[in-house]
Design a protein around this ligand. Structure first.
Ligand SMILES: [Zn+2]
Length: 686
């Protein structure tokens, strides 16, 4: 591992932060924290922490000795001075005299000694930093160090590599006892340059920022050098089926198997978003003959349990020719995982006072030989964090197995971490959005109505895919939605294009729950004179494309087995034809019947089919020129034309999006048509 320290960059950090009133110590602390944070082989997603002991002025202007230590919620890669809250050092040090300290008391004592009461919670490893005398302290979960430490003979291996330069501390959960233990190890050997926390990570320290940082790099490099020696060849691979199923076919099956039926709301499911990884290291690992052993050993460092649970789920390799059989195996495997997780909870929770609150029993990482790994989360973001951590663990375990045999902490220690009181306290504090965990695909999403639907669904918690004939429009609309929104070019009149787009949606999010078949265009012509080609062209887009999209969606919904919603943008033309609008109204009328046919044929699968009849919305179908022309022809103002309905209110794309959202959450409505037209008796449905 190479040092990233650059003198001129360090000087610039001191200079730039100095202009904002930040002292040299803290500026350099931020600089090297970022150097550590940018390397996923050292820290990942908020893992690791750093500190500096310095002097700051309190509110009264008195100089106080403080510990500036990483605050929770901050990522070292992007940390700022505000991410290193200052805690009065003297009171922290005095805590060492105590025999015991609960995590809750530790957190509130640390908060009570913040210089700025609005600062984030100081790290749970704050006392470890405080009890050591060094000015700069760096802590990472280096994969190389963990590959050595996560072994049955990890202590001997570390002793062999580091000699007496590093203290060795056996595994103890982070908190007060660990902080005391590390201080004792240091005091017994005050020349050490850092400590290895068994099966957890590494600390290095020094009197200056560069010294602590360079020591981290050196110690990690020594671990890397050891891992490069006497390596076994990669994992021996299992025999895979001739044709392994594709990730986009496997994901909906797994996603359905991991969905949890809502106990209170009939028809509702607690779903997850899945993200897929299939790099070389992942494939070598999941295809290994002994994957069932080394993947079920436990986490590589304890705080991973909070994101990836205790163990990943391992399922058999899926044969593309026998997906049904795979689906049955996957459901069984999930059932066994859930039962084992519930046993693990009951076993470790027995006799506790107060008892712990059980977390949902579903896996957060699924390993599939031949296919790769899937990270699961309630949002794409959470799924990606789980997948990143799983990939990181794969690197660590692969290297551990190359020189020996990977070993994790005990089940009891895993449970302590997963059910840590500080984590339990966070439960139930955030409220899920109505569409959390759901995936929606919207066609014609580059236009005014489609993009309004996508925005609304994303705001309600869904992951959204925006499909449009124009890939640039789809991309721009997806960018405007933000988050993980996916923009895809898709010609809904071409079945191959629709299939490819749905495969991408499933590969990206793991499946699909809601489709809004919205793409459409208007053709005109007096029905007795219109040419055949025009009418057929309109039928292609305004009828057959809805059928193609709905059919592609049903295939995914059935694979998941958790119901779903097929939503169609029909038109008031379907029930209230306008003169010379036959080419548009006729296929839309057929689509209205299509909605009812889907409601009829798939109701027993929990799939709902509903439609929205909107009228007079500013969009690609009703352009400013058309509005000007029509209002002039009727002798009314543009506003009077647009609001020419019973309520005299102009209807907008957001109103249409509201109606689609209603259908997405109305679990007991199917075969319904909702009008969004401000009131039009002539277009009222019987
Ligand atoms: Zn740690």
């Amino acid at each position: 591992m190479k040092s990233g320290w650059v003198d001129s960059d360090a000087a610039r950090a001191v200079d730039e932060y100095g202009k904002r009133g930040v002292g040299r110590d803290l500026a350099l602390r931020v600089y090297t924290s970022r150097l550590l944070g940018r390397d996923p082989a050292l820290v990942l997603h908020g893992g690791g922490n750093t500190s500096v002991k310095t002097t700051l002025q309190d509110f009264l202007g008195d100089a106080v000795e403080v510990l500036c230590v990483k605050g929770s919620g901050w990522d070292m890669a992007t940390i700022e001075p505000a991410g290193l809250p200052a805690v009065r050092l003297e009171p922290l040090r005095r805590l060492r005299a105590r025999d015991a300290l609960s995590d809750e008391d530790m957190v509130s004592f640390q908060r009570a000694n913040l210089l700025d009461p609005a600062a984030p919670n100081p790290s749970v490893e704050t006392l470890l930093h405080a009890f050591l005398p060094h000015k700069f302290i760096d802590h990472t979960h280096s994969t190389a160090v963990l590959s050595l430490s996560d072994q049955a003979n990890g202590t001997e291996l570390c002793a062999e590599i580091y000699g007496d330069r590093m203290g060795l501390v056996p595994y103890i959960m982070p908190g007060f006892p660990l902080a005391k233990k590390v201080a004792e190890v240091y005091e017994a050997a005050p020349d050490i340059e850092g400590v290895i926390l068994g099966k957890h990570g590494i600390f290095t320290f020094a009197e200056d920022a560069r010294g602590a940082y360079e020591r981290m790099i050196e110690m990690v490099s020594r671990a890397e050098a050891r891992l490069a020696r006497d390596r076994k060849r990669g994992f021996a691979a299992v025999q895979l089926p001739n044709r392994v199923a594709a990730a986009h076919d496997v994901a909906p099956i797994l996603r359905g198997a991991c969905s949890i039926k809502d106990a209170k709301v009939e028809g509702a499911w607690h779903r997850f978003v899945l993200t897929h990884r299939a790099g070389d290291a992942v494939m070598g690992y999941v295809n290994g003959r002994e994957v069932a052993r080394y993947s079920q050993e436990g986490v590589v460092t304890p705080d991973h349990t909070i994101r990836t649970k205790n163990y990943p789920l391992l399922v058999p390799a899926p044969d593309a020719a026998h997906l049904e059989a795979f689906a049955a195996q996957a459901r069984e495997a999930v059932g066994r995982f859930v039962a084992a997780y519930q046993d693990y909870f009951a076993r470790n929770n027995a006799g506790r006072n107060p008892p712990k609150r059980a977390l949902d029993p579903m896996p957060r990482v699924i390993l599939v030989p031949g296919v790769g790994l899937f990270g699961l989360g309630r949002t794409l973001k959470d799924a990606k964090v789980a997948a990143d951590i799983a990939e990181n663990a794969i690197h660590t375990i692969t290297d551990a197995e190359a020189i020996g045999r990977f070993e994790s902490i005990s089940e009891a220690d895993l449970f302590e971490m997963e059910y840590w009181s500080l984590e339990q306290a966070k439960l139930g504090k955030s409220v899920d959005k109505p569409l959390a965990g759901q995936v929606a695909a919207i066609t014609g999403a580059g236009g005014a109505i489609g993009s309004a639907i996508a925005r609304r669904f994303a705001a309600e918690g869904a992951e959204v895919a925006l499909l449009d004939l124009d890939p640039a429009a789809a991309g721009a609309a997806a960018k405007a939605v933000g988050g993980g929104a996916l923009g895809l070019g898709c010609d809904v009149t071409a079945p191959d294009s629709v299939r490819a787009a749905f495969e991408r949606v499933c590969a990206t999010f793991g499946g699909l729950d809601i489709v809004v078949s919205n793409a459409g265009a208007a053709w005109q012509g007096k029905i007795g004179e219109v040419d055949d080609a025009t009418l057929r062209k309109s039928f292609e887009l305004n009828f057959f494309a809805h059928q193609t999209v709905a059919q592609a969606a049903v295939r995914v919904l059935l694979a998941q087995g958790t119901g779903g919603a097929l939503l169609f943008n029909v038109s008031k033309q379907a029930v209230n034809p306008g003169p010379s609008f036959g080419p548009y109204g006729l296929p839309k009328a057929a689509t209205l019947l299509l909605v009812r046919q889907y409601a009829l044929d798939y109701g027993r699968d929990g799939i709902r089919a509903n439609a929205v009849n909107a009228d007079r919305i500013r969009s690609g179908l009703l352009t400013p020129e058309m509005i000007a022309q029509r209002s002039a022809a009727r002798g009314v103002s543009e506003h009077e034309y647009m609001a020419g309905n019973l309520l005299s209110r102009e209807v907008t794309a957001d109103d249409v999006a509201q109606a689609f959202f209603h259908h997405a959450v109305a679990l007991k409505t199917t075969g319904d048509v909702t009008t969004v037209d401000g009131g039009n008796i002539a277009a009222a449905l019987r």
